[in-house]
Design a protein around this ligand. Structure first.
Ligand code: DX5
Ligand code: ZN
Length: 213
């Protein structure tokens, strides 16, 4: 299991230290939640803060866009050269075009599904992307409870990927903790995003280790 701590739950007054600490504690990726106040009722970071994050991060960035204007924000965040750039399928007008655009920029394209969004939306996309991010909470805030129906959805996606032969990773985001990581692993998750579980603990290394099942 790869672990991507979500910076949303960090102490924003000490971002440099928080990023250094989580990288040293064994994070594989740094998950960054980009919220526009429209697609989700919250706002996070723009370019000035992103520049500071990029400088401080010793691991690749995993950018999760939660925005209405997907085309605009894809270009805006491609500049920060993340490992993964993921956009919500619910807001993309021409997802295949966007996927190609992201790949051409040398970044791994990924698609995000809200908890209510059917896996059938992935049918003609799966072979073109490097990762599917399944939301296991309604996006917008850290610290929410894991939606239990996500487990069956993850297992169904695992089967869909294996049957299709696509080389696509599964990431899960929302309510991930030491309590449910074993079940998530069995269901087929490759990358666990964890905000409050990591940044809410007083030992980041121990929290990350608990997720590396
Ligand atoms: C929610 C974000 C998550 C959030 C997860 O919209 O996409 O990345 O930070 O936080 P936890 O792990 O606390 O549920
Ligand atoms: Zn996220």
């Amino acid at each position: 299991m790869y672990v991507a701590p979500s910076l949303l739950s960090a102490d924003f007054g000490r971002l440099n230290d928080e990023i250094a600490a989580v990288c040293e504690a064994g994070a594989d990726l740094l998950h960054l939640d980009i919220m526009d106040g429209h697609f989700v009722p919250n706002l996070t970071f723009g370019a000035p803060v992103m520049n500071a994050i990029k400088k401080a991060a010793k691991v690749p960035l995993d950018i999760h866009l939660m925005v209405e204007n997907v085309d605009f924000f894809v270009d805006y965040f491609l500049d920060f050269k993340p490992k993964f750039l993921s956009f919500h399928i619910e807001r993309a007008t021409h997802p295949l075009r966007l996927i190609e655009h992201i790949r051409k920029a040398g970044v791994s394209p990924a698609v995000v599904l809200n908890p209510h969004t059917s896996l059938s939306t992935l049918e003609y996309i799966l072979s073109e992307i490097d990762m599917v991010l399944l939301m296991s909470v309604n996006p917008g805030f850290g610290g929410q409870s894991f939606i239990s129906s996500s487990l069956a959805k993850i297992a169904a996606l695992r089967a869909m990927i294996d049957e299709s032969g696509a080389k696509c990773l599964i990431e899960v985001d929302g309510g991930v903790s030491g309590q449910n990581i074993a079940e998530l692993d069995i269901a087929g998750v490759d990358i666990a995003v964890a905000g409050s579980f990591v940044f809410g603990s007083n030992d980041y290394a121990a929290a990350i280790k608990a997720l590396k099942v």
